[in-house]
Design a protein around this ligand. Structure first.
Ligand code: NAD
Ligand code: ZN
Ligand code: ZN
Length: 346
């Protein structure tokens, strides 16, 4: 079969011919129908050789957003049947520790110790004609949802949903939510408080095209992401501080901006994987202002996000690429010229 693999540190990923994998006992093989390209893949491939760790073996098939049709099941699998259309829950855990028992496999206590990694982020992922899923627990029925249009909800939807859910009780009438970085994750993030809350939603980005996308998906306001954004927000809302900031970039300028927008009880939620520092402490931040760094989301939350899509309240803007053109999807992601998410359709 064909697969998009990261082969050499520092080089673009390559489409290669590899053996079609066989499902072992308890495993499920999917015929992949859609696979999303995330900035985290791009981040991984930007790491220099001395930092790139053994946790990510090479060659590795990329793709931690996946959807497919159950194609073959391993011995003992009865929970899914050949022909089922499913989405893959990516942050695999042990399934038995306390967080996993709550469905929060993204916060598994034992994943590192047991060597459990997400597909595409430690072992072969979804950017291939077929993929192996270790347990039917990681498969959520897609039902009538289109795989290509919705595959990105497994990360670009689930991650912002989990991040925003943590601040939901604060997003009451009169509140303001700021989304910094309206790319793959951010453009879905804008839609979530619009769907679930009466908050005013303000998008910040450095690209005019992304600011237009932000407005198209429901942002009340969209401003250039720079130090003057605080003035624009004050003019728009009447307040110099906001209720919550969801930062999908997380570099020093965005963290500084998020801190400048923080008032009493503001949530600053750092989702992006950029390097930065922020000061915390009694004198450094307003009373009860918080900083959180959430990771991905829980299995029940993935079901909730898919249900939001079923109601039509949340959707993903997608640009599709064939598997042969998948390197181009990553080139466009790197260039910053995608509208929404790049989805590869093997
Ligand atoms: P993306 O490239 O699709 O979007 C990034 C957006 O940020 C683009 O629209 C870009 O124009 C904008 N941007 C760049 N610099 C900016 C600045 N200074 N101010 C405002 N906007 C700016 O990336 P993505 O796939 O949406 O991923 C977003 C981030 O989230 C990445 O860092 C990724 O690694 C991270 N991520 C984290 C998790 C998690 O669980 N915490 C999960 C998935 C992705
Ligand atoms: Zn991701
Ligand atoms: Zn666990």
């Amino acid at each position: 079969m064909k697969a998009l693999q990261y082969v050499t540190v520092g080089q673009p990923p390559e489409v290669r011919e590899v053996p079609t994998p066989e499902p072992g006992p308890g495993q499920v093989r999917l015929k992949v129908t859609a696979a999303g390209a995330c900035h985290s893949d791009e981040f991984l491939m930007s790491l220099p050789e001395e930092v790139y760790t053994a946790a990510y073996p090479l060659p590795m098939t990329l793709g931690h957003e996946g959807a497919g049709i159950v194609d073959k099941v391993g011995e003992g699998v009865t929970e899914v049947a050949v022909g089922d259309a499913v989405a893959v829950y990516g942050p695999w855990g042990c399934g038995r520790c306390y967080p996993c028992s709550q469905g929060k496999e993204n916060y598994c206590e034992r994943a590192a110790e047991l060597g459990i990694t997400p597909p595409g982020l430690g072992h072969d992922g979804s950017m291939a004609e077929y993929m192996i899923v270790d347990n039917p627990r990681f498969l959520v029925p897609l039902g009538d949802l289109d795989a290509v249009k919705n595959v990105a909800l497994t990360d670009a939807g689930l991650t912002p949903y989990h991040a925003i859910k943590g601040s939901l009780d604060k997003l009451v009438a009169g509140s303001t939510a700021v989304v910094i970085g309206t790319g793959g994750l951010g453009h879905v993030a804008i839609q979530i408080p619009r769907a679930l809350t009466p908050a005013t939603v303000i998008a910040l980005d450095v690209s005019d095209a992304k600011l237009q996308l932000a407005k198209d998906v429901g942002a009340h306001h969209a401003f250039a992401s720079n130090p003057e954004a605080a003035d624009r927000i004050r003019e728009a809302t009447g307040s110099a501080t906001v209720t919550a900031v969801f930062d999908f970039v997380n570099i020093q300028p965005t963290v500084d901006l998020g801190s400048a927008l923080s008032g009493v009880e503001t949530d600053l939620v750092l989702v992006g994987v950029g390097g930065n520092t922020a000061q915390v402490g009694m004198m450094a931040r307003p009373y009860d202002a918080t900083i959180r760094s959430p990771y991905w989301g829980s299995r029940p939350e993935l079901m909730e996000v898919l249900n939001l899509a079923r109601t039509g309240l949340v959707g993903v803007e997608t640009e599709t690429f064939s598997l042969d053109d998948a390197p181009e999807a990553y080139r466009r992601l790197h260039e910053g010229s995608l509208r929404g998410r790049a989805v590869v359709t093997p």
